[in-house]
Design a protein around this ligand. Structure first.
Ligand code: NAD
Ligand code: UDP
Length: 341
């Protein structure tokens, strides 16, 4: 790892001065996380300079380790609940800073709520000061436990303000409001991506979300944990598709929320069966208690993204799961036994 690129101990103003001489700079808050690290990589590969800002709460330096030798990449350790002293030039800000896994965002709910709200306010302030366009990683959780099978952006949602998911769901809803206000009344160019369940390489093995849980359990011969009856549904988008959607949205002229996700809908039992088939694992399926307020169904209507961005996902679940299994097998150092895989 090239320590010269880590600017954790440097003031943000020093970093911003360094970048003010460059032609184009993108700040990725949450850039050391699962989605953020893929986004940083994509931006760098197109010639942009990237400042990856992260407090490493759920992100990992290993996600961005290969990027540290790139002179156009810098890492800044910072918590977005605190103001960011940035005085140099910035062209774009992606705000991905927030734990996304339910068990992880529920560990410190007040901090999660502050990350959503104070983080949005602080980064919107930087956008206003620099003139940067800013994109928020919102979520399908703004629809809560949806009462309709296909969720379009016009659906107002069914969210519990006081349950264990509220710190995240309501935090993201309030952050959308802040983005909308700064867009409507403060002259900031805002973009709002409502991201549906996304998976792929660089999720943490101990992340707690369903795709990483099932794959790690199958690869290690542990029981596969089905929460509830496993009849609840999710729609899973492969990370490369999602990053392409985020970048198209940023480049668009559209400031209202846009759903980004893969409309293919699967029950958790169907997902478990696919993982077991692809890994050839003999793991048992065990039923565990369904978490409180666990949404029963989720499927994005992506008409808006198709029409406005010309975007739709390309990677089918079978293919994305296979790539993700290969990643986890390599990270965990376990062989994959099944011939079909
Ligand atoms: P992740 O946990 O892997 O990444 C989040 C990153 O933000 C981590 O690197 C973490 O250390 C950092 N972070 C958290 N709190 C921070 C703070 N206060 N200050 C600075 N950095 C902080 O999760 P992810 O799956 O990569 O999600 C990225 C973003 O996308 C999140 O905002 C999440 O809400 C949103 N999102 C993700 C999904 C998904 O399925 N992956 C779905 C909907 C929305
Ligand atoms: N889930 C499961 N087993 C697990 C982890 C999660 O059955 O080991 C279920 C969970 O109850 C939910 C779905 O999988 O219904 C997706 O969970 P995840 O935490 O990945 O995302 P979210 O609930 O935020 O969509």
């Amino acid at each position: 790892m090239d320590g010269s690129r880590i600017v954790a101990d440097m003031a943000a103003s020093d970093v911003s001065q360094r970048f003010s001489r460059r032609r184009k700079t993108v700040l990725v808050a949450g850039g050391a996380g699962f989605l953020g690290s893929h986004l940083c990589e994509s931006l760098l590969s197109d010639g942009h300079s990237v400042v990856c800002l992260d407090n490493l709460q759920t992100g990992r330096m290993q996600n961005v380790a290969p990027l540290l030798s790139n002179p156009r990449f810098h890492f800044l350790r910072h918590d977005v609940i605190h103001p960011l002293d940035w005085s140099g030039r910035l062209d774009e800000i992606y705000n991905l800073a927030c734990p996304a896994s339910p068990p992880l965002y529920q560990r410190d709910p007040i901090h999660t709520f502050r990350t959503c709200i104070d983080g949005a306010l602080n980064l919107l302030g930087v956008a206003r000061a620099t003139g940067a366009r800013i994109l928020m990683a919102s979520t399908s959780e703004v629809y809560g436990d949806p009462e309709i099978p296909l969720q379009s952006e016009d659906y107002r949602g069914a969210v519990n303000t006081t349950g264990p998911r509220a710190c995240y769901d309501e935090g993201k809803r309030a952050a959308e409001t802040l983005f909308w206000e700064f867009g409507a009344h403060q002259g900031v160019e805002v973009r709002i991506a409502r991201i549906f369940n996304t998976y792929g390489p660089r999720m943490r093995p101990d992340d707690g979300r369903v795709v990483s849980n099932f794959i790690v359990q199958a690869l290690t011969g542990a029981d596969v944990t089905i929460y509830g009856q496993g009849t609840q549904t999710r729609s899973f988008c492969y990370v490369d598709d999602l990053v392409a959607g985020l970048r198209r949205l940023m480049a668009s002229g559209y400031s209202q929320p846009v759903n980004l996700g893969n409309p293919g809908e699967f029950t958790m039992r169907e997902l478990a069966a696919m993982v077991l088939h692809q890994t050839g694992a003999a793991s048992r399926l065990v039923c565990c208690p369904l978490p409180v307020d666990d949404p029963r169904q989720r499927r994005p209507d992506i008409t808006r993204a198709r029409q406005l961005l010309g975007w739709e996902p390309k990677v089918p679940l079978e293919q994305g799961i296979a790539r993700t299994i290969r990643h986890f097998a390599s990270e965990l150092g376990v062989p994959v036994r099944h011939a079909a895989f």
